[in-house]
Design a protein around this ligand. Structure first.
Ligand code: GLY
Length: 325
């Protein structure tokens, strides 16, 4: 094992060259803080607590497409999805299409801990949240969100939008921009993964992507590894992105090579600009890969003094020097 424990986080894969330098810098700083915040949890000993903390931090940030920062559906509403998995027990919890939950990842954790189910959706999930003592809190639709919505909606009116599966990458690629996720291994070698998203702008009401689907947007199994995905959810679902990466790791492939092999499959089936993934293998090695312009990501391990953060391929060496292929 390369280190005693470690965590890798992502803040979404996408067309980062469209963003301003200031925005990218802000996202990097938030990722760094999320890494530090969750690493404190990891030091206490639980990978599951650490990935929940990482995702909770990014949901609260407003800078990512999850929780507070969630994008709007075509009916100008927020519908959020999240999932979390414990690699020790294979227990998992997921929620979809929730509208008034501040931290969907916390509700997913409650589904894991307190129910006999693995996946709750819509009003039922919100009712269970209330029963389990969570406060309902609608996500504020800010003027910035309306501005983004109007821009996307204008394209939609011009016919540059649609929902045909094989046009998704040209239609939505400018608007996938900030699903969040984390994968960690703790000192007991337990692995956990968590992912949360607002989906993407102009998605149809009721649409559910990869994020809350076990094996697609998240997966963890101590005997294989853990993964969290980001990108166009329909494609990631069709290749079972996270289970695919874990299946590679189960065969002894390193986290980095498993991530690369999975994104290779994604690219071959659906083309470039479709997604990214982060991984951890049972030996504690971390990995990431993406076929988009960039993917914001951060790592922190017990051997490091501060988190490493990178967005673009030309910066990835900052993280790669801490990663064993
Ligand atoms: N990967 C996030 C989504 O498509 O919803």
């Amino acid at each position: 094992m390369t280190h005693k424990y470690g965590i890798i986080l992502h803040g979404g894969a996408g067309r980062y060259r469209l963003f301003t330098k200031e925005f990218i810098e802000k996202r990097k700083q938030e990722l760094k803080k999320a890494a530090l915040y969750s690493f404190d949890e990891l030091k206490k000993g639980s990978a599951l607590d650490a990935v929940e903390a990482a995702v909770e931090y990014m949901e609260d940030s407003g800078l990512f497409n999850a929780g507070k920062g969630s994008s709007l559906t075509i009916t100008k509403e927020v519908e959020m999805d999240a999932g979390i998995m414990d690699g020790k027990t294979l227990r998992c919890g997921a929620v979809a299409c929730v509208k008034s939950i501040k931290n969907p990842i916390k509700l997913a954790r409650l589904v894991l801990e307190k129910t006999d189910h693995i996946f709750l959706a819509g009003p039922g999930a919100e009712k269970v949240a209330e029963i389990l003592g969570m406060k309902r809190e609608p996500i504020v639709v800010t003027s910035e969100k309306i501005r983004k919505f109007e821009k996307a909606f204008r394209l939609w009116l011009k016919g540059k939008w649609g929902t045909h599966l094989f046009r998704l990458k040209t239609i939505y690629r400018d608007f996938i921009e900030g699903t969040v996720g984390a994968v960690a291994i703790d000192k007991y070698r337990n692995i956990a993964a968590a992912t949360s998203t607002g989906g993407y702008s102009l998605k149809l009401p009721g649409r559910i992507g990869d994020t809350p689907l076990v094996g697609c947007g998240f997966y963890a199994d101590n005997s294989a590894g853990g993964a969290s995905a980001t990108g166009i959810g329909e494609y990631l679902t069709l290749i079972f992105a996270c289970k695919t990466a874990c299946d590679f790791m189960r065969q002894g492939v390193s986290a980095m090579k498993a991530a690369e092999a999975t994104i290779d499959i994604l690219t071959r089936r659906f083309g470039l600009h479709t997604g990214g993934i982060i991984t951890v293998d049972p030996m504690g090695r971390l990995g990431f890969a993406y076929n988009t312009q960039g993917m914001s990501k951060s790592i922190m391990t017990s051997g490091m003094s501060e988190p490493a953060v990178a967005v673009f391929p030309e910066e990835d060496h900052i993280m790669l020097k801490f990663i064993k292929k």
